[in-house]
Design a protein around this ligand. Structure first.
Ligand code: M6R
Length: 608
């Protein structure tokens, strides 16, 4: 979603901000803009569409400005127009603001400001911020005091960065429920909503906490926490982020690159944790809460989208391997339910970005319950990683394509490790699964080695309007994920169903124009799924089956078959989903879509 970058130092603020905006592109956005302060005057440049377009608008400008802010906007309040792009400016054109999040009481604030003579030209909630700062600046003695007074009036979630034409060195920043990180350099400092925007310049960062207000010059960072009225000493941390991994290299797009990284994702998620030779699962991230874990008799998993589907696979794993009841909820639903929640229940949040607003809200909801809050997160240092009591990182590396691929694979791998860890070695499946994890990357690679075949099959189905995905047991959440992948990048209507549900409704949709992707890999339930396939074929529905290598007879029953290597029942969803990611990818490519940036979607969903 929206991205923020800010710079104060001795270099060209313009260049650094443009570069930072390019690094933030993967988050999804529909317009971009920046502001610089030069010779006591602010200059704003904005463009609808890509940052490349903004570069063209700026091109040829000789600007030596050392203070700059930039923003990529994913429209929430107001259409995608130049007026609505950020930075937003006060009526007098002296205060420049970029903002992520939502200002819930902006209507009320706007009315108050209009009554005081302010004019508004955008449809955004953000435009109230520079005007509100201006309003207080006329009454108070410093920009900082005016900034804080404005923040006190604002309700909602935000990360805000403001600069003033009268102060060519200072970035003013504030955070509440929306991430903001300061990058610490030599005679320069940076601000960003996401470390990827500044990683090229520094790995030293200070994460702002909720209610923090930061005043940043090239040589100094001061923080004031508005809620506690304290001035916390800025805590500089080193981030572990491999920028090389985030580059496209020779790949046609990030989605394909990230699918090819799935074998590595399984390996990295298990490295040093799944110790088959010692018959041990070692999860350093959970060691601090081992005592509390002993008393956990129920786990509620909260997540959204693909991470939610990983959670559904995890439900089978934890219940069957560790014998602990699990309930998986969409965080957006969990947040508005009044369910009984005992202290022996642990909340487990799963998130690739670690910044999903609904999932963060779920963790906040139970803050006062005194329950254990755990996380499975990919983005190191993200909000969820920092707000949970303990957790396990996915170590999948940066994921840039909006459609999550390698992160899902890593999440399920980690869930399996957690399930084994919680089983405390009692499960008979302990040894076979640890041994299987050792060979699973090679099996994942074997699927990638048959991309040509998957591509040929996928392309045959690229012109259909609808698709049904079916599976049973732990292949059911895999079917849900297969359908999500297809719909988000190919805009084809796709639904995931438990195969056993077919006769209870979905079968009515089946005819020669409605194909089914049936997960029919080896399992004690295979015969039942084969019966479902028969019923679909009897109604002329085309069927693509996902089967286990060696099952030749299934070819008689289906139009097309994609094979995956034989694996343990618990690890099947991992291999199934890799095949379905490729299937969706090739359909979307054949339909001519931008797979990395599907329309209307953002990588990090930082508002509800
Ligand atoms: O960063 P998170 O894992 O918390 O994100 C959750 C969903 O927004 C995300 O998985 C989304 O569904 C993906 N676009 C799916 O590919």
């Amino acid at each position: 979603m929206c991205g923020i970058i800010g710079y104060t130092g001795e270099k060209s603020g313009l260049d650094i901000v443009l570069q930072g905006l390019e690094a933030l592109e993967y988050r999804g956005y529909d317009s971009a803009g920046l502001a610089v302060i030069e010779n006591g005057e602010g200059k704003v440049f904005k463009q609808v569409g890509r940052v490349a377009g903004l570069r063209q608008v700026v091109n040829g400008q000789e600007l030596a400005a050392h203070l700059a802010i930039g923003h990529t906007r994913w429209a929430t309040h107001g259409r995608v127009t130049i007026q609505n792009a950020h930075p937003q400016v006060n009526s007098e054109q002296t205060i420049f603001v970029v903002h992520n999040g939502i200002i819930e009481n902006f209507g009320e604030l706007r009315d108050k400001l209009v009554a005081n003579g302010y004019t508004f030209i955008s449809e955004t909630d953000t435009e109230v911020v520079p005007n509100l700062i201006d309003f207080y600046l006329k009454q108070l003695d410093s920009f900082k005091a005016a900034f804080e007074a404005a923040l006190n009036d604002i309700h909602g979630a935000y990360s805000i960065v403001a600069i003033s034409a009268h102060d060519p060195e200072t970035l003013y920043a504030a955070r509440l429920s929306s991430p903001l990180v300061i990058g610490v350099g030599e005679n320069e400092n940076f601000l960003a909503s996401d470390p990827s925007a500044i990683i090229e310049h520094t790995k030293k960062v200070i994460y702002l906490e909720d209610y923090d207000v930061a005043v940043i010059t090239k040589s100094d960072v001061k923080i004031h926490n508005l809620k506690q009225n304290t001035t916390p000493e800025p805590k500089v941390e080193l981030i572990d982020y491999d920028n090389e991994e985030a580059l496209l290299g020779d790949f046609p797009n990030f989605m394909f690159k990230e699918i090819t990284e799935t074998p590595a994702a399984i390996r990295s998620a298990s490295l040093g944790r799944a110790l088959a030779d010692k018959n041990l699962v070692k999860l350093g991230g959970l060691e601090s809460v081992i005592g509390q874990l002993k008393y956990i008799d129920r786990i509620v998993i909260v997540a959204m989208g693909t991470s939610y589907y990983a959670g559904l696979v995890g439900e089978y794993l934890i219940e069957e391997l560790a014998g602990i009841p699990v309930e998986v909820q969409l965080a957006s639903e969990f947040n508005y339910r009044n369910e009984p929640f005992s202290r022996s229940t642990a909340l487990l949040a799963i998130s690739q970005s670690g910044e999903t607003a609904d999932t963060i809200a779920a963790l906040k909801k139970v803050e006062d319950y005194g329950v254990l809050r755990l996380g499975i997160v990919n983005a190191v240092g993200s909000t969820i990683a920092r707000m949970t009591d303990a957790g396990v990182y996915c170590h999948a590396g940066p994921e840039k394509a909006v459609a999550s691929t390698k992160a899902f694979i890593a999440q399920v791998t980690v869930l399996m490790l957690i399930a084994l860890n919680l089983s405390k070695g009692r499960s008979k499946r302990f040894k076979p699964l640890l041994e299987e994890l050792d060979v699973l990357p090679a099996k994942a690679q074997a699927i990638l080695d048959q991309v040509e075949n998957i591509k040929n099959i996928a392309e045959k189905y690229a012109d259909y309007r609808d698709f049904l995905f079916i599976g049973r047991h732990n292949s059911f959440p895999a079917a849900l994920e297969g359908a999500l992948k297809l719909k988000e990048i190919s805009y084809m209507h796709a639904e995931g169903y438990a195969a056993g549900e077919m006769k209870h409704g979905p079968l009515a949709m089946i005819d020669e124009n409605f194909p089914t992707f049936a997960i029919a890999t080896n399992s004690p339930l295979l015969d039942k799924t084969l019966s479902n396939i028969q019923e679909i074929r009897a109604r002329k529905g085309p069927v693509v089956a996902l089967a286990t290598e060696g099952n030749e007879s299934i070819k008689e029953l289906c139009d097309d078959v994609i094979y995956i290597p034989n694996t343990e029942p618990e690890t099947q969803p991992i291999l199934q989903v890799i095949a379905m990611q490729l299937f969706a990818y090739y359909i979307a490519m054949k339909r001519g879509y931008d797979v990395d940036r599907p329309r209307n979607l953002a990588k990090s969903v930082t508002v509800e």
